[in-house]
Design a protein around this ligand. Structure first.
Ligand code: GUN
Ligand code: ZN
Length: 457
């Protein structure tokens, strides 16, 4: 569908660096028919458009009372198939949670109707939270994984879609039959995505060994080869739970560490996303840094499954690249705003306990949710901020309801703005008290992919 040239007028905010927001209160961003940012103006006077040749007939979208434009969130780790269980985890920890809750649920996806219902809902829901890019785990099922890719493509969400590989220590009713079948099925999903999106412009296949305990040496090596031969990204879990780490030691006695298992298999590269990374040794972190692999920090999940608290500050200080992941349904929330808040609070717990870790700020959490995430998924040249040449992957955040003049039912969510806050305070109120009701509209590559009823462009 052809896009109109559009000029977005009003305040915009994005992350300049890890701890610095760039807040432009008088902004104007022109987005071309290709969905890319063509110009950024920082001193829009009143409603006077500066003369921009060729933009005389452009459509205009104002923030109006709403608030500000912000880059779309990037969820670097989410299990689309586990969405029905978001919030359902009881008192389990990782290994029993997988057997009790997760494998039975994922096995449903042999039923394509059920898969369609769930995948449509998770994509619509994450878009409504402002998630413009998601790195999804599907299940072992090829038709359902292909369907998830189709849904992302048709709803307009940028996505990495992974067919999960697991050929051991998994239930009989839910696992790959052999190395060959795991590779064959993964290739079938790659071919399908190539068919629906030949340039991987919006949807990209991602090679997905579930985690070392559920993959044989042969499967890990074969997936490592596929990763190298295709140049496609790869995602997996690492060092999430202490029992899991013990299991990896038993299963791979000849390897120095969990990280080494992936490295040996050719799965530790600049295009690898490692979820959790809670209990890594400094040697492992150093190896990850050397290989330039990326980390998805999933604080809500790590608390829910009592897996532990990842020392994000240490990872950042050591120069690792970190983004945030909701890890539904280890994580209870599909909202990256909530995940950012969780990241801040988990960092406060780490700081309280260790004394020498500095807690994350609002700015840092937002950086991890946007620009950091873009680096993790290897799209830092295309998304994560508002620079000329990048795609317009953005959300309009509503903060209306000044004082008593606007009725509660008309307000954009729970964020109470009294009109005297600084912009930093408004952003902090959004992070701590906001939710999807503040997400008035969402665009991916210039296309409007979600809006609230009250949004009038
Ligand atoms: N490790 C292996 N599989 C999973 C999963 O589905 N969720 C989480 N959180 N960890 C895993
Ligand atoms: Zn996960």
């Amino acid at each position: 569908m052809a896009l109109n040239k559009t000029v977005y007028i009003g305040p915009f905010i994005h992350c300049e660096s890890l701890n610095q927001l760039d807040i432009c209160t008088n902004g104007m961003i022109g987005v071309g028919e290709d969905g890319k940012i063509a110009f950024v103006s920082r001193d829009m006077k009143g409603r006077q458009l500066p003369a921009q040749e060729g933009w005389e007939h452009a459509k205009m979208v104002y923030t109006r009372q709403y608030g500000f434009f912000f880059p779309g969130f990037i969820d670097t780790h989410i299990h689309a198939s586990q969405y029905p269980n978001a919030g359902v985890f009881g008192k389990s920890t990782l290994l029993d949670w997988l057997n009790t809750y997760t494998f039975p649920l994922e096995s449903w996806f042999s039923d394509l109707d059920r898969a369609a219902r769930i995948y449509n809902r998770v994509v619509a829901r994450t878009l409504s939270h402002g998630t413009t890019t998601a790195a999804y785990y599907a299940t072992v099922h090829v038709p359902a994984t292909n369907l998830l890719a189709d849904i992302c493509k048709s709803r307009g969400q940028r996505a990495f879609v992974g067919r999960v590989c697991m050929d051991r220590l998994s239930p009989d009713y839910y696992q790959d039959e052999s190395v060959e079948s795991a590779i064959y099925d993964t290739q079938a999903c790659i071919d399908h995505i190539k068919h629906i999106d030949p340039q991987f412009d919006l949807v990209t296949p991602i090679i997905t060994p579930r985690f070392a305990p559920s993959c044989t040496d042969e499967t890990l090596a074969a997936l490592g080869k596929l990763h190298r031969d295709t140049g496609l990204p790869c995602q997996t879990h690492i060092s999430e739970n202490k029992k899991e780490i013990e299991l990896v030691k038993e299963l791979f006695p000849n390897h120095d560490s969990y990280t080494h298992v992936y490295d040996q298999a050719g799965l530790l590269t600049p295009k690898t996303i490692l979820a959790h990374a809670i209990h890594l040794s400094s040697e492992e972190r150093s190896l990850i840094k050397t290989r330039q692999a990326k980390i998805s920090h999933c604080p809500a999940s790590n608390t829910a499954l009592t897996s532990g608290r990842a020392a994000v500050r240490t990872m950042l200080d050591e120069g690792l690249t970190v983004g945030l992941g909701t890890d539904v349904s280890g994580g209870y929330t599909s909202s990256m705003l909530t995940e950012a808040r969780e990241a801040i609070f988990v960092s406060r717990h780490v700081a309280m306990e260790s004394g020498d870790e500095a807690k994350l700020s609002v700015e840092e959490a937002l950086y991890l949710a946007t620009r950091g995430g873009a680096q993790v998924v290897g799209l830092e040249d295309r998304i994560g901020g508002f620079e000329v040449g990048k795609d317009w992957d953005a959300q309009l955040i509503g903060l209306d309801g000044v004082g008593d003049t606007v009725g509660l039912d008309q307000r954009a969510g729970l964020v109470e703005i009294f009109g005297e806050e600084t912009w930093d305070e408004k952003v902090a109120k959004w992070v701590y008290t906001g939710d999807d009701r503040n997400t008035m509209a969402v665009w991916v590559k210039g296309r409007l992919v979600h809006s609230r009823e009250s949004f009038k462009p």
